[in-house]
Design a protein around this ligand. Sequence first.
Ligand code: ADP
Ligand code: ZN
Length: 722
Amino acid sequence: MASNRVRVIVLHPALGPLDYRVPHGMTVEPGSVVVVPIGPRQYAGVVWEEDRLPCETVGDNRLRNLVSVADAPPIPAPVRRLIEWTANYYLAPLSSVLAMSLRTSAAFEAAPTIVEYRATGLVPDRLTPQRAQALERIADRQGLVRELATIADVTEAVIRGLVKAGAIESVTVNTDTPYPLPDPRHAPPDLSDQQAAAASILRQAIGAHAFQPFLLDGVTGSGKTEVYFEAIAAAIAAGRQSLVLLPEIALTEPFLTRFARRFGCDPVAWHSDLRQSQRRRAWRAITRGEAMVTVGARSALFLPYPNLGLIVVDEAHETSFKQEDGVHYHARDVAVMRGKFEDCPVVLATATPAIETRHQVELGRYEELKLPGRYGAAELPQIEAIDLIQEPPERGRWLSPRLVTAIDACLERGEQALLFLNRRGYAPLTLCRACGHRFQCPNCTAWMVEHRLIRRLACHHCGHTNPVPEACPECGAEDALVACGPGVERIADEAAALWPDARAAVVTSDTIWSPVKAAEFVHRMEHGEIDIVIGTQLVTKGYHFPNLTLVGVVDADLGLAGGDLRASERTFQQIMQVAGRAGRGEKPGTVYIQTHSPDAPVMQALVNGDAEGFYAAETEARRDAGAPPFGRFAAIVVSSEDRQAAEETARLIGRSAPKPDGMHVFGPAPAPLAMLRGRHRFRLLVHARRAFDVQDVIREWLGALSWPQKVRVTVDVDPYSF
Ligand code: ADP
Ligand code: ZN
């Protein structure tokens, strides 16, 4: 019989789909999570549509039985399509994408409910006195087997016997405290005209139940959040779930506060910082369609919402949406695909859209909603460049006199200042004055960064740390270590020396590592308990502090170094975002950007407020170079602890490269991080025309080769780090 045979994706990256027999009494359907035998071992897997997964089959007589099926709802069809698309597009094994999806969905950790028992009213054929006593005493009670046995004063075996005989049945009980329902009419805002226009288009899209991506392109402080809140309100009113993706876990707390103000309660949060019990409760509420609004990190994309009506990607330009290990995917793009499979609108909200996203608007695929001005009386801040060659800081200092004077005045007025430097720790490089020894990570091609707050040297790539040594390990000189260059901790030292009475806070992932810490920071800022913030990119986004009127960008050139094709774009976005923290209330803001190249196009665009000019020039440069969005890249990274093995495999891959029209392969060459976590890395870069199916070519190319087990080959489609 063909119907009791199913195809299963097994959670093992080296195994393709396999067929199994469904044993008598078990029911499964596509999406069911099951346990299967492989040799003497057992693996988890998911039942899939047979016709979507061609594979070699075995005869019925050689089929093995499924071991069990999980007591959880099957993975819904749109999620199965999303998993297939992700595996296909990002050239990852289906089982890896599936594993990622299941890890986030907690299907294995959670029985969604508990099972209780109650009498059915049926009298069993064999009615012993004990059975009669049990049925009489249980009557209309309900509980666990153990509880019923106690109530009836019989053994548990008697109760189980009655279950077998059909006189007692099992019922699943939802044990979770329900989440409160967000109320779309709790505190609706008075929208500005431009907000109202955008909100009305989104409301219509929710009503249309159809796939439509939007770019909600509004300057910082224009009130994008209030606009997509209206879309969420419409989805709630229509009984459909919403998902809001945020780039940074630290951002969730301020978001929750605003959400609660608008809807009267918190949304369901989904991120890696949840306790196990919270995670399970959230997962169950989401899966049952009870969680109306979920806010989460990129992993929330693969959750099984049964009834999704809206996806919002806030700060959609953020590069942290690009996952850089495991399955290399871009959550912004996967979000759009999820919307496609769910037939629902997707809103990408940002003040500084990626060039790729703007291009989709130009092609007519995404609809643009513009909010050109700040909400209320707030004006966009004025941006001034400080030429570090003309106006250098004092020796051993990093803040130029003009910036120092401006901060003096800001503090004098009782307002808050923000110094931005995208570098954690005290100094990016430590060396020995006596012999020139530099501290390098033993596992990576990277310098160890001094962190004075914890008195350690740390590698920002693998997390390796050492105590700061007393003497140079190379020459033994004491007190000879010099810190080179500034990190935020060093700027904090300088601020403490310049403004000893000011209260300063360092905001980096070292100090703000949980939503609770973020909430504390927000509270202290809002209550005027902080005068100067010194922070990394963590402070560039999302926050709204009306009394913050001055922003100083300590080193605007930092992101421009290196050959990254997105360096200018990223610098522009980052500085626009951090500038966007200034003057969001009634008081106007000023931004100072310290640079060695004030004439660089990106600095000029920032100072002149010429976003359009910047984007136009940058887009043309991309077009000329055939870079995204006009061409495509894929990086093939070959790594191994054995350098020679990695290099040989990389060469082999290079030699076997196909040479179709429209595609070109560069390398292999040592990867930008030639060693990472103890693995030597070589890279080939595939460049192709936009319409070219690189995935197909790479799949065939690599599929025909083999390499030693100690070598790992990963493909990064649309790579972000160059
Ligand atoms: P963006 O996300 O575009 O930078 P926000 O959504 O953070 O902007 O809005 C900036 C500030 O303006 C916030 O304090 C927000 O509460 C306020 N705001 C925006 N729109 C409205 C509105 N319609 N009514 C009242 N306050 C608003
Ligand atoms: Zn390292």
